[in-house]
Design a protein around this ligand. Sequence first.
Ligand SMILES: [Fe+2]
Ligand SMILES: [Fe+2]
Length: 167
Amino acid sequence: MALFSKPIKTLDDLFVHTLQDIYYAENQITKALPKMIDKATDPQLKQGFELHLQETKNQITRLEKVFQMHGQPVKGVTCAAMDGILEEAQEIMGDVDDKEVLDAAMLAAAQAVEHYEITRYGTLVAFARQLGRADCASVLEENLAEEKATDKKLTMLAESKVNRMAA
Ligand SMILES: [Fe+2]
Ligand SMILES: [Fe+2]
């Protein structure tokens, strides 16, 4: 993971590397979400995960567009942070038996994912603007807006219902 396929010398290199990082992360999320959909008991939580799986697939398509716009091959690089967040989610899912507590645990894990994505997309938008790629920035902003909206929905669901049911 610490070995980059190409040395990062410029802000442009860093932009491309970060794009590859989030591309890998989004692809890992599409693999993790079906298990969470499967295990979710609360219908709203299940539906929320289902919706976000569709959004995530769309986000991957947008990222592929940004690679193309920036003249770069579509490629991912291992994101140790996302691997770690998802590994931890898997672990806790295996450790919790109570259905309601499991919902609260998966919701919390999903928020950790969203927060990671928000930081990455925030950085990517800023880098793109700095590099004079307002066109790339506006595509990345669409993903950022979806992640923020998902995080907000998860917070509302946790506070209005899921945490209470788990208590
Ligand atoms: Fe995403
Ligand atoms: Fe997300």
